[in-house]
Design a protein around this ligand. Structure first.
Ligand code: ASP
Length: 349
């Protein structure tokens, strides 16, 4: 029997190639967490996956900033990086934080300096496709700036400047109220044409029922975020948590919500109380929903306008996932094959 025969994994919908590769590596004798990180590396390499690694959508300044974390159940130790620029394999850098340092989280310049010291290659992570998406986003933001979108005939920005100039001809003279910018005809408002991701790749793994657990998540985070924003992915207990005595959990979706609710940790605690993996994922999400109070975050009373998906794996091998909103899927690896399954959701329709 191969060491990978009892392997069970659960992860995000886009983790299919990652779990395949992880299983292959584990069968060759690679340690489970290393195998999972290697699998996730495939997703980080994929330029078409615009929510992770190379090709990920950038921050509002057009720079790709990556977050990643790993947690090893055997040592109960985690490693993470936040705001990492120029290194596509953020999960492997996080693994190096776990292995080579006494720290749990390195950020920004420090994370990059550390990656350099570990020998990681630096490159521009912004692909032409991601740059176009970012430019489209900039053009969609406002009629009062100088960026023009593809369906804009004018921008109100030049008009507003000119109006101000005419009304106030003396340089340095007293300001005169300028003519308000006329909304540009055809201004799209942005939403339909601008690629925007809530996306991330997560895998929680168990080498055999009753065995050792680990987890890994990697993401380029919220598209067009404020530079320096770290999401939930590198926050241990929010985006990911593994307890070798109980189980493992990870999140994708609106990171601020899982940070505010310690959702991955909560799901593990619910599994410890005896819930199944699916019940625990749903239970943690129900709490998150009940604590989502701000009107701007709700699409209807009590109903968040955003999704979070929570993946859960118990030490006995029970695996599941749940989402806040309907229509989301997850990947499960069991018995040597992968399946794409529908998530039960807090709001079934
Ligand atoms: N959780 C990620 C973040 O907030 C994004 C996502 O999974 O969609 O950075």
């Amino acid at each position: 029997m191969s060491t990978a025969d009892g392997l069970i994994m659960v992860g995000s919908w886009n983790a299919g190639p990652a779990v395949e590769r992880a299983a292959m590596q584990a069968a060759r004798g690679t340690a489970l967490l290393d195998a999972v990180v290697e699998g996730i590396g495939l997703i980080e390499d994929d330029p078409e996956e615009m929510s992770v690694g190379y090709g990920g959508l950038p921050n509002e300044a057009g720079v790709v900033e990556l977050d990643a974390a790993v947690m090893d159940g055997r040592t109960h130790k985690a490693g993470a990086v936040a705001g990492l620029k120029g290194v596509r394999h953020a999960a492997k850098v996080a693994l190096n934080v776990l292995r080579r340092t006494d720290h749990a989280l390195l950020v920004g310049e420090g994370a990059l300096a550390f990656a350099r010291q570990c020998g990681f290659k630096e490159e521009d992570l912004l692909t032409a496709k991601a740059r176009e998406a970012w430019l489209a986003w900039k053009a969609s933001l406002s009629t009062r700036d100088a960026w023009i979108g593809p369906d804009d005939e004018t921008t109100g920005f030049g008009g507003a400047l000119w109006a101000g100039h005419k009304a106030n001809p003396t340089p340095g003279g007293p300001p005169t109220p300028s003519t308000p910018a006329v909304p540009a005809p055809g201004r799209s408002g942005g939403a339909p044409k601008v690629p925007f991701t809530f996306g991330t790749v997560h895998v929680s793994a168990l080498n055999a029922p009753g065995g050792d657990l680990c987890s890994c998540t990697s993401t380029s985070g919220l598209s067009y975020k404020i530079p320096g924003r770290a999401g939930d992915t590198p926050v241990i207990g929010a985006g990911l948590y593994t307890d070798n005595a109980v189980g493992s959990a990870g999140c994708t979706g609106r990171g601020e919500a899982t940070v505010h609710n310690c959702s991955a940790f909560h799901a593990v605690v619910l599994m410890e109380s005896g819930m199944s993996a699916t019940e625990a994922a749903l239970g943690a999400l129900k709490r998150l929903v009940s604590r989502t109070i701000e009107a701007r975050l709700l699409s209807a009373p009590g109903r968040p306008g955003f999704n979070v998906t929570l993946y859960a794996l118990r030490k006995d091998g029970d695996a599941g996932a749940a989402s806040v909103l309907p229509g989301y899927t997850y990947v499960r690896w069991r018995g040597g094959r992968r399946e794409l399954l529908e998530c039960p959701s807090v709001f079934p329709s």
